[in-house]
Design a binder for this molecule. Structure first.
Ligand code: PMP
Length: 305
């Protein structure tokens, strides 16, 4: 990943990909205190366009604010950095990774001289779980790991350290023959996947967990808006794992995962055991929007050139 041609935006400058390095005493590397985003740019007939750039930048700044990390750049500068990372690497479509981290100016939890650094990289990243998963759906399991409690970590922040929990859950799911994990909150209710929000469809109504311990996903917001525009009722509520077992359809949403049908949870088929009609409708609306073919909201696309 580090040994390739290209440019990475680091603290206000585009540097050669191979030279975008930090010291081993980088504070964030030791304690996980940092925040990041996952953003996608899609190929449209007007060139590469970033989907919901402003919303991702706003969430990055909110995450930094929650963790008390003063941002050394403006939102406009970080928007431009993301456009530059795609444009200057000549990418038609891309996954964009902005990250805000503490430097190596000090060590220890009490370090008070730390500088906040920002990097933005972009590279090609095709369908998160392969093309087939988008139509056939994926097999998931309830995790033995509990999702973060709201007073253990900050669930509204997309914080680096939060992803230890995600990686433990995902590894466990993969090792047991599944493609993704379903994490429950500390009270036992459905929270989210390791990097996705979850939706259910039952009797024509769409359900998703409330924003307590799950991330305020930008794809989640997009899908809720699209579903309501199609006339579906969308309810945010507490959901139990067995409500997922008896759902007609279930799917994950996320910038990386996009809209991904879930065909099985804990060995129980969901609905017909493949992508359901509501999932399919929302999925195609999503792809038509992000690629600019039939945008639900053209303002959600920012051209990189
Ligand atoms: N939950 C978690 C834990 C995530 O990491 C992500 C990916 N950012 C999501 C949900 C989905 O968020 P978004 O739609 O903004 O990518």
């Amino acid at each position: 990943m580090s040994d390739r041609d290209g440019l990475i935006w680091l603290d206000g400058e585009l540097v050669n990909w191979r030279d975008a390095k930090v010291h081993v005493l980088t504070h964030t590397l030791h304690y996980g205190m940092g925040v990041f985003e996952g953003v996608r740019a899609y190929e449209t007939d007007q060139g590469a366009a970033i989907f919901r750039l402003q919303e991702h930048t706003d969430r990055l700044f909110n995450s930094a604010h929650i963790l008390n990390m003063p941002m050394p750049f403006s939102k406009a500068e970080i928007n431009e950095a993301q456009r530059a990372a795609v444009r200057e690497n000549n990418l038609n479509s891309a996954y964009i990774r902005p990250m805000v981290f503490f430097g190596s100016e000090g060590m220890g939890l009490r370090a008070d001289n730390l500088k906040v650094h920002v990097m933005v990289a972009a590279w090609e990243w095709p369908a998160y779980m392969g093309e087939e998963a988008k139509t056939q759906g994926i097999k998931i399991r309830t995790s033995s790991y509990t999702r973060h409690h709201v007073n253990i970590t900050m669930c509204k922040a997309k914080a680096n350290g939060n992803y230890i929990n995600s990686m433990l859950a995902l590894r466990e799911a993969i090792d047991s023959g599944c493609e993704e994990a379903l994490l429950l909150d500390n009270e036992g209710y459905v929270a989210e996947g390791s990097g996705e929000n979850i939706f259910l469809v039952r009797d024509g109504i769409i359900y998703t967990p409330e924003l307590t311990s799950c991330l305020d996903g930008i794809t989640r917001r997009t899908i809720m808006e699209m579903a309501r525009s199609l006339g579906y009722e969308v309810r945010e509520k507490r959901i139990t794992r067995d409500e997922v077992y008896i759902a007609d359809e279930a799917f994950f949403t996320g910038t990386a995962a996009e809209v991904l049908p879930i065909r099985m949870l804990d060995g129980r088929s969901i609905g017909t055991g493949s992508r359901g009609p509501v999932t399919e409708k929302l999925q195609s609306m999503y792809f038509d929007t992000v690629t600019g073919k039939a945008p639900f909201n053209a303002e959600w696309l920012t051209l990189v050139k």
